[in-house]
Design a protein around this ligand. Structure first.
Ligand code: LP5
Ligand code: MN
Length: 249
């Protein structure tokens, strides 16, 4: 059984090189996958399925055709928490709960986007509670697409501004929250993205126990984790802006 894990591609029409890299990855790298896990922030900003699906048709089509041979799983990130049932139907992706345990041959693993672990970022957690409230979401999704796009753009700008003011520590996971998440899930491995700090951390529960694998964001490089019967391997590859071999045709 071969599984791939990716997160934080932030797909947007403004970065056609990343969309090409993703289409190439789906077709030529993860084509031997039994399961592919998309762990959030696959899209730069998802304002609802009615606006997102037509805007990302090539990605939707690629996922749909990958689903013929690979089981696809999608977990929400803080940019694409509005991905819904229409996306799931169009792509054949199963939507996962915010915390999901997958049974890997090397041991059970907790999958999360990772934003929930950044508990020192009190402002963000308050924002998260607001936008994850079903009533807020219904109200937002009832607005016209153009208005939603405008709000999303404003929110992205506000987030960039706030991010520049926040310390590195605040933007990273809180070690106690990591430990608690692992203990609550009764597992010794968590796989997440969000922080854009790809690494393998050990001793997350206590000395010698508890591992945290952080997927990287797709920018200059693409990142993916591969799980097979014997190992977990975090891989990065360059994204070539003009390399014809990355054309997703
Ligand atoms: O993703 P990243 O790394 O840039 O930053 C996150 C946190 N920021 C966010 C916001 C997203 O970037 C924007 C999402 C847009 C797509 C969704 C579309 C539809 C929803 C529209 C929402 C109004 O998640 C950032 C963290 C960082 O990760 C690291 O963990 O720090 O958190 C913030 O920037 C939040 C601010 O600190 C608090 C902002 C409060 C402002 C509230 C304004 C509410 C406006 C409501 C309008 C209707
Ligand atoms: Mn994120």
């Amino acid at each position: 059984m071969k599984r791939y894990f990716i997160a934080d591609l932030h797909l947007t029409p403004e970065r056609p090189d990343i969309t090409r890299a993703f289409l190439h990855f789906i077709k030529n790298t993860a084509n031997d996958a039994d399961e592919l896990y998309l762990l959030g922030d696959i899209f730069e900003a998802w304002i609802g399925d009615d606006g997102g699906i037509p805007a990302y048709q090539s990605v939707i089509d690629a996922l749909q055709s990958a689903s013929l041979t690979t089981a696809l799983y999608f977990q929400h990130g803080n940019r694409d928490f509005l991905v819904g049932d229409a996306f799931s139907t169009a792509t054949n992706c199963t939507l996962l709960a915010p915390k999901y345990i997958v049974n890997l041959p090397t041991g059970d693993a907790l999958l999360m986007h990772g934003d929930q672990l950044c508990t020192d970022d009190v402002e963000y957690q308050a924002f998260r509670s607001m936008v994850r409230n079903p009533e807020w979401q219904t109200d937002f999704l009832n607005k016209p697409i153009n208005e939603r796009l405008h709000i999303a753009r404003q929110m992205r700008e506000a987030s960039k501004k706030k991010g520049a003011e926040k310390s590195n520590d605040i933007m990273d996971v809180n070690p106690n929250s990591v430990r608690q998440a692992l203990v609550d899930a009764q597992v010794e491995l968590v796989i997440h993205g969000h922080t854009h700090r790809p690494a393998v951390h050990h001793n997350q529960i206590k000395a010698g126990v508890g591992t945290r694998i952080v997927l990287g964001d797709w920018d200059k490089k693409l990142w993916y984790l591969v799980s097979d019967h014997q190992a977990l391997t975090l891989i990065d590859e360059p994204i070539h802006p003009t390399d014809p071999t990355t054309l997703g045709t």
